[in-house]
Design a binder for this molecule. Structure first.
Ligand code: ADP
Ligand code: MG
Length: 250
């Protein structure tokens, strides 16, 4: 589905990503691991259109998407989780979900005047969808809570929920489990597995928690010093000498 070919991203003379080549198969939950500073987040940012690569290509279903801006990738169904921005913290959980879809009729003044009925229908549909998402993620009891009052883990679930408001195909998650307690981490893991199995989402996730990676991801890709060091099943990766060395070396 996503193919990364010989991608470099240099910052001045520093090679954060130094010739990375990898594939994310349709329908997979692919894990991306590696020591701090390996270039994982930089590579995500290149794939998601946040950074332009110094060289190399990214394709999605054979189409060259290298350097496309995030909103164009969004329309193709390629999403990085939306951080809950500062200005959204004062909105409720449900309102945060309803904000996501673009191209709503109510956005222009002309439409506001002439299509009131359609706007009302769209809002009802959005509300219904938001409530379905909240139920799916088992956070319906939080729907009227201000997003700013959620715990770190609950915010991560809301971020995942925002990807469900549009027709996502492939979702990139950067350290979704960081600082999240075990119970919520399991809830997040379950949601990822269900989205994968029931809705056909493809995932690529960066994570440090190896238990989490081993439970969810196949294959696992290991990066070190801007390059892909190894890939395979979690078990296979954890026995790889080069991988062990890369981790011990930092
Ligand atoms: P990881 O996510 O694997 O921990 P990153 O992709 O965040 O690694 O960073 C890889 C390397 O690139 C790090 O050494 C980091 O300091 C450097 N780096 C990341 N972003 C920038 C930037 N905007 N300018 C300069 N150096 C950067
Ligand atoms: Mg990172």
């Amino acid at each position: 589905m996503i193919a990364v070919r010989d991608v470099h991203k240099h910052f001045g003379g520093f090679r954060a990503v130094d010739g990375a080549t990898l594939e994310i198969r349709d329908g997979s939950i692919t894990g991306l691991i590696g020591p701090n500073g390996a270039g994982k987040s930089t590579l995500f940012n290149v794939i998601a259109g946040v950074l332009k690569p110094t060289s190399g290509t990214v394709t999605m279903d054979g189409e060259d998407i290298t350097g496309l801006p995030p909103h164009e990738l969004f329309h193709k169904g390629l999403l990085r989780t939306f951080q809950i921005a500062h200005e959204f913290s004062s909105m409720t959980v449900r309102e945060n979900l309803m904000m996501v879809p673009s191209g709503q009729t109510g956005e222009t003044l002309w439409n506001t005047w002439f299509h009131r009925r359609r706007i009302a229908e769209e809002e009802r549909a959005l509300l219904k969808k938001a409530d379905e998402v909240l139920e799916f993620l088992t956070i319906d009891h939080l729907k009227d809570e201000k997003a700013g009052n959620l715990s770190g883990g609950q915010k991560k679930l809301l971020e995942l929920g925002r990807t469900m408001m549009v027709d996502a195909k492939v979702v990139f998650l950067d350290e979704v489990g960081a600082g999240v307690n075990r119970t919520l981490l399991n809830t997040i893991g379950d949601a990822i597995v269900r989205l994968n199995k029931e809705r056909g989402y493809t995932f690529c996730l960066i994570e440090h928690d190896m238990d989490f990676i081993a439970r969810l991801c196949d294959p696992v890709i290991v990066m070190a010093e801007g390059k892909v060091l190894a890939q395979g099943s979690a078990d296979h990766i954890m026995e790889n000498e080069q991988v062990i060395e890369a981790y011990l070396g930092t």
